[in-house]
Write a protein that binds this ligand. Structure first.
Ligand code: GDP
Length: 195
């Protein structure tokens, strides 16, 4: 099903989103965490999510349709030093609004570069997941950048730091470059999207 993903529409605000029905899984991560690469890898489409470095382009919420009742959502990331604080606050408001209001949203996939886990943005997402009791699945991306032992120990460390998270939480290693963790991520998405 994931391979059928096709671009549906972009939205800057909640009222520009597709009708709030069916099931949606949202992808979030700091800029450069590897979110676009992960989405492209998971859908086996090289250009679905633009792996563009241009700040500003990422400020839109992008919807990808899997079928009539299921969507993936690419949320705006932040973390570019270049982006002004006011602009950043604006993004955050749109993001907050989407996260708080969207009924179709059933799970959040959070991408974190395995070399830079649990930054401010990630903590915000975790906080929101806790408050909303929203299931969260963490991809520790670019796992190929570390030796397997080091990657595994970072995973365990982060896992133990999050062991008291009140909402359903799971985490795994992932690499868009060599495909590590694809199977696990597919399984989680399948579970959430009921396919
Ligand atoms: P985004 O800003 O979160 O969408 O990040 P991108 O997907 O555009 O990736 C940011 C940079 O990290 C790009 O140069 C990618 O080629 C690189 N990258 C993404 N995923 C991986 C990965 O799994 N392994 C490695 N080695 N590099 C990656």
């Amino acid at each position: 099903l994931l391979h059928q993903a096709s671009f549906l529409q972009s939205a800057q605000r909640l009222d520009q989103c597709p009708p709030d029905e069916g099931l949606e899984v949202a992808f979030a991560g700091r800029s450069n965490a590897g979110k676009s690469s992960a989405i492209n890898r998971l859908t086996s489409q090289r250009t679905l999510a633009r792996t563009s470095k241009t700040p500003g382009r990422t400020q839109l919420i992008n919807f990808f349709e899997l079928d009539e009742q299921r969507r993936l959502v690419d949320l705006p990331g932040y973390g570019y030093a270049k982006v002004a604080k006011t602009k950043r606050n604006e993004w955050q408001q749109h993001l907050d609004h989407y996260l708080a209001e969207r009924q179709a949203l059933i799970g959040l996939v959070l991408m974190m570069d395995i070399r830079h886990p649990l930054k401010e943005f990630d903590l915000l997402m975790l906080e929101w997941s806790a408050q909303a009791n929203m299931p969260i699945h963490i991809l520790m991306t670019k796992a190929d950048k570390l030796k397997f032992g080091a990657a595994k120990s970072t995973l365990l460390k982060v896992k133990s730091q999050l062991k008291n998270h009140p909402a359903p939480l799971s985490l795994q290693l992932f690499s868009a470059t060599n495909g590590t963790g694809c199977e696990d991520a597919w399984n989680k998405l399948g579970e959430w999207l009921q396919v």
